[in-house]
Structures are given as structure tokens and as C-alpha cells.
Design a protein around this ligand. Structure first.
Ligand SMILES: O=C(O)CCC(=O)C(=O)O
Length: 275
């Protein structure tokens, strides 16, 4: 059980986001934001987030018994609902404000959070679009992906296809899998999208990407777990769409309070986090 007092003041303080980062985000569909969680605070938050995630992790199979998706990472969802201690981190106004400013929207809601831990020997994360899973009618959706430990490209930081968000939904009828990797590898080459390779991230640095930006990550052959925390947001005012696949139907029930298609996406798990 965590006994330390977690630093919270900075979570409501603005981050000095520069115009160049915003321009680059809108053009390429992704951006890096250094020190979003300041170096002096990330250690304590890492400990709390990892402890919470591991308490709720239900994956016990060895890597070799899992499919491609299961090998890519341990995925533990909506920690803020299950663990009071990590709630201020996920609901941070500082983080949500950066997300809103990158997209250029006035107000932003929480979709959900997830811890994504790529274990030693974990496999690659295949090419995919996040919004394949989300029944939302706006392109203004965004994922914050924060490194909880210093992470090198060799450990599996993310690669992005620059500008791919402009294509919107590329409907391939399949989720994250060997098929999505092969299909999108050809697609990215065919569309001549430049690929931004994985970056070196310090603990507390974050990348952001649009829900439609194609991205992937290599496997982790190192002996250190690539621990990352993600928070997903969308522009306030978005509506729930008719689910286009079974995953979207699951998401509608799990994260959007089962709200019917056509209604405003403002379920009890979707608080406005900025302003
Ligand atoms: O952490 C990973 O390897 C993949 C993460 C990802 O695809 C995402 O956060 O959208």
C-alpha cells in the first residue's frame, strides 16, 4: 500500500506549450511534450501508477501463450475509477489543457485512461488507428502517452505516420493484429507518409497523437519494462455514433455509460477536464 504523499499542485498548473509544437501537431498528427510531468514529481507518480496498475492487472499468461495483441503490452484500464490515489493524475487540468490546445478546441472531456506496459521480451505494437475502437463523431480525439521510466526507441517508444490523420477512418475491418501491421505497412508506403521514428523519452515526457494518426511501436528486447500511462480525451460536444464494429459497441457501454447513438458523449465517466 502506498504511503507517500503524492505531489498534486503541479497537476493544475499550466504547461508552457509553444506555438511551434501546436503547428507541428496539427500538421503531422503527433507531438512530443517534454517534462509534462516534471522530473522531480514523476518518480512518486510512477510508483503510484505502477502499483495501481499491477493490482488490477488480470493478464497472467506467459508471453509465449499470448496473441500478437497480448504480447504487445499489459493493458490496465481506467485506473482513475478504481484507485483513488491516481485520480488527480488522470484528471489533471495541466495535461488536459495541453491536449485541448494541441487540437485547438475550447473544452475537452475524458474518454478513459490506460496503463500500457511493454514487458521485457514483449512484442511489437502493430500499426493501427486508435479511433477504430471509439464510437465518437469528431476527429478531435487525442491520446496522451507518457513515459513513466526513461524509454529509448529500442524499448518501444512510438512511431507515427506523419499526416495520416488527414485520411480519417481507414476501415480495414480488423483490430490491432498481424493483419493491421501488414495492411498499414503497405498503406503508409503507398500514401508516402513520412514515418517519424521512436524518440528517446525521459520519464515524464509525453507524446500526443490524434485518434486517426497511424502509429506503432517496436518490441522490447531489453530487460526493462517500458512503463507508460495514457489518457485519452475528446472535444466536448462530440456525439456518440452508431457502433461500426463490436469493439465500438463495447466502448460505448464501457466508457460512454451506454449512451445511445446520436446523444452527446457526456456520460458519468466523461468529466470535462478543461477548462
Ligand atoms: O504503448 C504502445 O505500445 C501502444 C500505445 C498506443 O497505441 C496508444 O497509446 O495509442
Amino acid at each position: 500500500m502506498l504511503l507517500m504523499v503524492l505531489p498534486t499542485e503541479f497537476l493544475s498548473q499550466p504547461y508552457p506549450l509553444d506555438e511551434e509544437t501546436i503547428r507541428e501537431f496539427r500538421r503531422t498528427g503527433h507531438a512530443v511534450v517534454r517534462g509534462l510531468c516534471p522530473p522531480e514529481h514523476i518518480g512518486a507518480w510512477r510508483e503510484a501508477l505502477v502499483e495501481a496498475a499491477m493490482r488490477h492487472n488480470r493478464e497472467t499468461r506467459p508471453l509465449e501463450e499470448r496473441d500478437v495483441y497480448g504480447k504487445a503490452f499489459l493493458q490496465i484500464m481506467n485506473l482513475w475509477v478504481h484507485e483513488e490515489a491516481v485520480k488527480p493524475f488522470v484528471l489533471s487540468r495541466r495535461f488536459a489543457e495541453v491536449a485541448a490546445k494541441l487540437m485547438g478546441v475550447d473544452a475537452i472531456r475524458l474518454y478513459h485512461d490506460q496503463a500500457l506496459f511493454k514487458e521485457p521480451g514483449g512484442g511489437p505494437t502493430p500499426w493501427h488507428q486508435d479511433q477504430f475502437y471509439w464510437p465518437l463523431d469528431t476527429p478531435n480525439t487525442i491520446t496522451l502517452w507518457m513515459a513513466l521510466v526513461d524509454a529509448s526507441p529500442e524499448m518501444g517508444t512510438m512511431e507515427f505516420a506523419d499526416g495520416s490523420q488527414e485520411d480519417g477512418f481507414v476501415e480495414i475491418g480488423e483490430q490491432i493484429s498481424e493483419f493491421s501491421e501488414a495492411f498499414f505497412e503497405g498503406y503508409v508506403r503507398g500514401r508516402r507518409f513520412p514515418v517519424t521514428k521512436g524518440r528517446h523519452l525521459r520519464a515524464g515526457d509525453a507524446t500526443f497523437h490524434y485518434g486517426w494518426t497511424l502509429h506503432r511501436a517496436p518490441g522490447n528486447p531489453t530487460s526493462v519494462t517500458r512503463e507508460a500511462m495514457t489518457i485519452i480525451y475528446y472535444a466536448d460536444g462530440a456525439r456518440v455514433t452508431e457502433p461500426r464494429n463490436s469493439f465500438q459497441e463495447n466502448d460505448r457501454n464501457a466508457w460512454l455509460g451506454g449512451l445511445p447513438p446520436g446523444s452527446r458523449a457526456d456520460g458519468p465517466l466523461n468529466p470535462v477536464l478543461f477548462p
